[in-house]
Design a protein around this ligand. Structure first.
Ligand SMILES: [Zn+2]
Ligand SMILES: [Zn+2]
Length: 286
């Protein structure tokens, strides 16, 4: 089982590995009897095929939870990949040398070793557009041989966000939509991220299937999580956010300024615009 400076590999179980890119995003690698499923491919700062080959010789299918660059740009190293159709455009839109160059500069600051480990010119030159997109929708089932994985469409953090349920073990791979204490971003413009009402509706549908879910594997932060993080987020959207948003603190990031709502296992980063749309009134803070 191989690791590199950029990608750390860990074995979670005989049929499940995690490859964490640049200490930031978890790509889960699930093995069936006939094929293996890679859930997310990271920024793609390097080609992880040698790592996958050090784990299994099974054919690999890549599917991404959503089109954000930290999950899906790594598809540039694969001849084809699976994504929800609503997020394919978002992925292409952010695959530009300018955006990738800015991302690299940000990464060098957070992780100086990345400067020599990443082939910058090759990274800027390689486009995910050359990889053939295949599409996954709600209710699709991926048969890995002795293991079936069901797709849940959970729009919110992005319109085409999907989760993956390993039906045999009840493991839910929740992407960026359910991340416990790790922050979830909901402050990008409405063409990239859905209204809170849509997120709330996705979470309620997930709750209706909770008897099938045993553990939750998010794309960032600690894993596995329990269903408590889903209940906390539901409570938050049901009434807690409306009651307490005035106590929230400002949140600053390279992508812009927002507000941070902390509650039990909820860490929500959001804009006043998104909250106003949800609550149906102007947001006034004192
Ligand atoms: Zn995301
Ligand atoms: Zn992410």
């Amino acid at each position: 089982m191989k690791s590199t400076i950029l990608n750390k590999t860990e074995k979670i179980a005989d049929d499940l590995y995690v490859i964490t890119e640049t200490e930031s995003v978890h790509c889960y690698f699930l093995l069936g009897e006939k094929k293996a499923l890679l859930i997310d491919a990271g920024y793609g700062y390097e080609d992880i095929h040698p790592i996958l080959a050090s784990i299994t010789s099974l054919p690999v299918m890549l599917a991404v939870t959503h089109g954000d660059v930290d999950h899906a740009l790594g598809a540039m190293h694969f001849s084809e990949f699976w994504i929800h159709p609503l997020d394919y455009g978002k992925l292409l839109m952010n695959d530009t040398p300018e955006i990738k160059g800015a991302m690299l500069d940000h990464r060098y600051q957070k992780m100086p070793a990345a400067r020599t480990a990443i082939d910058r010119d090759a990274y800027l030159r390689t486009s995910v557009a050359a990889s053939h997109p295949r599409f996954l929708c709600h209710g699709d089932v991926i048969d890995l041989g002795g293991k079936k994985v069901e797709i849940f469409h959970t729009p919110g953090h992005s319109y085409g966000h999907i989760m993956f349920l390993d039906q045999q073990t009840g493991r839910l791979f929740s992407g960026d939509q359910l991340t416990g204490r790790h922050n979830i971003w909901h402050f990008m413009s409405s063409d990239e991220q859905a209204p809170f009402a849509t997120t709330f509706s996705s979470l309620k549908k997930l709750k209706a299937r909770s008897s099938s879910i045993q553990s939750i594997y998010p794309a960032h932060g600690d894993y596995p999580l329990t269903l408590q993080c889903l209940d906390d987020l539901l409570e938050c959207f049901d009434h807690e956010l409306a009651d307490h948003y005035r106590e929230d603190q400002p949140f600053h990031s390279a992508m812009g300024d927002a507000w941070q709502h902390l509650y039990k296992e909820v860490n929500l980063i959001y804009s006043d615009e998104r909250l106003a749309e949800f609550l149906g009134h102007e947001i006034i803070r004192k």
